[in-house]
Write a protein that binds this ligand. Structure first.
Ligand SMILES: *Cc1c(COP(=O)(O)O)cnc(C)c1O
Length: 437
């Protein structure tokens, strides 16, 4: 972009933002110092936003094309009860999902509690005693009971499946570290709530290519949580066999009230379906109870809302960096998930930050988040939500395990304006804390 064009955009931006920022000063008592930092952050990111909008538009077209090819009708939205036989909406939803994610088949179900159950069902259904699963890095907290830790055999171990871990610190040349008798290689696309770097689709592609040159029959599963619609391409399109994820994150578009999905090669997805329902029943049952409408509408909106969340996260990265905090990724780095890490340094700061984010929520804004022992997590976790869907994290939310080095993981934002408000309120809370200390 020419300098002239850039200056013009920035001048116009300042004009545009005047009303918004005087509103923030007047009604939310944001200090002029933080307002000036927010404006500096907005200037920094002007050139970062167009590619995000472009990917959002591309994915929007990809989603719409799948709706058109499957011919969604009003009658598909009604849903079924009881056994849920012959549910045309459920079947179309599965086929639309398969088209979008490049799968032979997909299983999108409100009967999956969330992503954890979908991922657990997919891997456990496709392993048997004696198999070896190799995991790159550390799986997400809620999956540790599935894969096991150094202390405990997980559910896979109890089935007689061996689990081998490859430590991961960003080094992607790992093919030679995968034991040759590995049946499944398990990768996680997003960073989760850890300092572990995320995997871009191009990283996943390179890892698979190198690994299959040594072991052509290697199967690959990806935990796709937080990655959907961030890039133009999804894992199954670069050689992955099976993916699974959560409907209360990216692909639910903020509207799906519950659920998870598995997609990929037919034989593997069908095994996951038998694990979800029962052998012999598989994917042919499961009432949709009227949820096909919000799930389909959420899917339709997901690319737009993922790009809105990314706009918010890019702002947050620039803003907190301007305030002197370490952030990852940096505002100008390529993103493959919707998570923004910010290193704070103490438990008090984490709690103050989360309090500020919570204040910006459309729901429960008066609540002060505290740490608690959440099921599935090892340490106490503090979560700021204020969301319409409980735990929904394409909505602006913030999670922090209360452990050193006290990093908060900010994610989502159905409205980038709300993300800006949340960051400013969090900054005000931190400042209050500093004065109290
Ligand atoms: C959130 C998450 C999960 C679990 O999904 P839930 O819907 O919370 O059960 C698994 N893996 C990763 C990387 C996640 O971010």
């Amino acid at each position: 972009m020419s300098l002239w064009c850039q200056r013009r955009i920035i001048t116009t931006l300042h004009d545009f933002m005047k009303n918004q920022y005087s509103f923030l000063e007047k009604y939310y008592n944001i200090s002029p110092f933080f307002i000036s930092k927010a404006k500096e952050a907005e200037e920094l990111i002007t050139c970062i936003l167009p590619p995000i909008l472009e990917r959002g538009a591309y994915n929007q077209l990809k989603v719409l094309k799948a709706f058109h090819e499957e011919g969604v009708q009003e009658s598909d939205l009604a849903g079924t009860t009881g056994y849920g036989y012959n549910d045309s909406g459920r079947e179309k939803l599965d086929r639309i999902w398969a088209r979008i994610f490049g799968a032979e088949t997909a299983l999108v179900r409100c009967q999956f509690v969330s992503g954890t159950q979908a991922i657990a069902a997919a891997i456990m259904a496709n392993c048997s005693s004696g198999d070896l699963v190799t995991v790159l890095g550390t799986p997400y907290d809620t999956l540790r009971s599935v894969f096991g830790t150094t202390k405990d055999d997980g559910a896979l171990g109890k089935l007689g499946v061996k689990v081998h871990y490859i430590p991961f610190n960003g080094e992607k040349d790992i093919a030679s570290l995968i034991p040759s008798n590995t049946k499944w290689l398990f990768l996680q696309r997003s960073r989760g709530y850890s300092e572990q770097p995320p995997l871009a689709i191009s990283d996943i592609e390179a890892i698979i290519k190198a690994a299959r040159s040594l072991n052509p029959s290697l199967l690959v599963m990806v935990d796709n949580c937080y990655g959907e619609f961030v890039e133009n391409c999804e894992p199954l399109e670069v050689g992955v066999d099976l993916i699974a994820g959560s409907l209360i994150k990216n692909p639910g578009g903020g509207l799906a009230p519950t659920g998870g999905y598995v997609a990929g090669t037919k034989a593997f997805v069908n095994k996951a379906a038998e694990r979800l329902t029962a052998p012999g029943l598989g994917r042919d049952v499961g009432a949709t109870l009227g949820l096909t409408r919000p799930i389909l509408q959420g899917l339709f909106l997901a690319p737009l809302l993922v790009s809105e969340a990314l706009k918010g996260m890019v702002f947050a990265s620039a803003f907190w960096n301007k305030l002197g905090y370490n952030v990852f990724p940096g505002y100008d780095k390529m993103r493959t998930d919707i998570i923004q890490g910010i290193a704070l340094g103490s438990k008090e700061q984490v709690l103050a930050f989360c309090h500020g984010i919570q204040k910006a929520g459309p729901v429960d804004s008066m609540v002060r988040p505290e740490g608690w022992a959440m099921p599935g997590y090892e340490e106490e976790v503090v979560m700021a939500g204020g969301t319409f869907i409980q735990g929904g994290s394409l909505e602006l939310s913030c999670d922090a395990p209360l452990r050193t080095p006290y990093i908060v993981y900010l994610q989502g934002g159905l409205s980038a304006t709300q993300v800006r408000l949340g960051c400013l309120l969090a900054a005000m809370e931190l400042e209050k804390k500093e004065k109290l200390l």
